[in-house]
Design a protein around this ligand. Structure first.
Ligand SMILES: Cc1cc2nc3c(=O)[nH]c(=O)nc-3n(C[C@H](O)[C@H](O)[C@H](O)COP(=O)(O)OP(=O)(O)OC[C@H]3O[C@@H](n4cnc5c(N)ncnc54)[C@H](O)[C@@H]3O)c2cc1C
Length: 345
């Protein structure tokens, strides 16, 4: 494979560009220049899925690879955006606490979970009736800075071009776009996948998320607090309070209901005082079975998709972009759960 056109420069498309460039493939990355997911995400890489109280999919492979990927990129992009993160989960009931106690002794959970009995009484201002547990090995990426630096680098490398993919400039039969012929074209359009005619079967849904940006001198600056939502310290007494999950809401409007809901979340976690300084909104590209979508189109050879990163783009994109690049350049099979062919009967 000599040259690839990637449409969409969020974390999926940008990571894939990096992986293909490392393999000597000539890459052109076309991005609209407006990002509503990767650049607004809170950027946490959490080994747990709290909603279901289980480990994140393929966490033992995804998490260490992602950490090394971002640390290496800090050198390449000459910027700092990686921080370790200690996550404190306040339990909502005795039952949840019991469940956690049991889980933390299971082999696969041991390295990610602990209980902190002594410390529990000392967590100031927290509503801590049922105790709390700590998640280990988490980290977070300052997503806005990361995406800005990534784009700057890809622009300097003459890989990134800003512009909208225009179907009128595309000739499917010869895989040409705007007069240039490619070996492959990969669509990484996030929640705008429904505007691309070739991969509609994946039915990527719009899962809108909103975050409040708050300031407080009373909250812990050293750990994230979580119960029904999260309070993430981002430095200088500033925090992200998030996030909502609003299904099939395609508009990117900030809403008063979301603010109300997030403030309620805050009050279930802590009595600390705070001020709201802003509110942001974004869209998670999510598939019904909660697995990414990757692979080649069964009818149109040379057309690929890499999408559906859902709520976990920062955890999944690094290793999945490597696997996508290996699939495209060496024919190494993709993980069976991500195949686009699962939608194509
Ligand atoms: C509020 C919120 C909080 C989140 N928090 C976290 C978190 O803590 N941890 C985590 O791992 N994940 C989090 N996520 C999820 C994460 O943001 C997504 O999984 C990830 O960003 C998806 O990346 P993507 O590259 O697939 O999509 P996107 O980032 O949406 O990128 C798609 C790109 O394609 C471009 N594009 C689309 N159509 C075209 C076209 N026709 N022509 C040219 N360009 C086009 C767009 O401009 C965009 O830049 C959060 C998301 C939200 C909304």
């Amino acid at each position: 494979m000599k040259n690839t056109l990637i449409i969409g420069g969020g974390i999926a498309g940008s990571s894939l560009a990096i992986q293909l460039m490392k393999r000597g493939v000539g890459v052109t990355l076309l991005d609209r220049g407006k990002n509503h997911s990767s650049a607004v995400a809170s950027g946490m890489v959490n080994p747990m899925v709290f909603r279901r109280m289980n480990l994140s999919w393929r966490v033992d492979e995804m998490l260490p690879y992602a950490r090394d990927f971002y640390l290496e990129l800090e050198d390449t992009l000459k910027a700092k955006f990686y921080d370790t993160l200690r996550i404190r989960r306040f339990f909502s009931s005795e039952q949840e606490r019991g469940y956690w106690e049991k889980k933390q002794h299971e082999v696969e959970y041991q390295k990610y979970l602990t209980l902190h009995y002594d410390f529990d009484e000392k967590v100031p201002l927290a509503k801590n009736e049922f105790g709390s547990g700590i998640v280990k090995k988490a980290f977070w990426i300052r997503s806005k800075r990361f995406m800005e630096k990534m784009h700057l680098f890809l622009k300097e490398q003459k890989v990134l071009q800003y512009g909208q993919f225009e179907p009128a400039k595309f000739i499917l039969e010869e895989l040409s776009y705007d007069g240039s012929i490619y070996d492959s074209i990969v669509f990484c359009c996030g929640s705008d996948n429904d505007k691309i005619p070739y991969f509609n079967q994946a039915n990527i849904q719009h899962n809108r998320g909103q975050i409040l940006h708050i300031e407080s001198s009373e909250l812990s600056q050293h750990e994230l607090w979580n119960r029904k939502g999260f309070i993430l310290p981002v430095g200088e007494e500033k925090f992200m309070l998030g996030a909502t999950y609003e299904w099939n809401e395609p508009s990117l409007n900030i809403t008063a209901q979301a603010r109300e809901k997030l403030e309620e979340v805050f009050q279930t976690i802590t009595e600390a005082s705070y001020e709201v300084h802003g509110q942001t909104v974004g869209m998670r590209p999510t598939v019904a079975d909660r697995r990414p979508v990757m692979g080649e189109h069964p009818e149109h050879r040379g057309l690929f998709i890499f999408n559906g990163l859902g709520t976990k783009g920062y955890m999944l994109a690094p290793l999945l972009s490597l696997e996508m690049a290996q699939y495209m350049t060496e024919g190494i099979a993709l993980h069976k759960e991500v195949a686009f062919s699962r939608f194509y009967k």
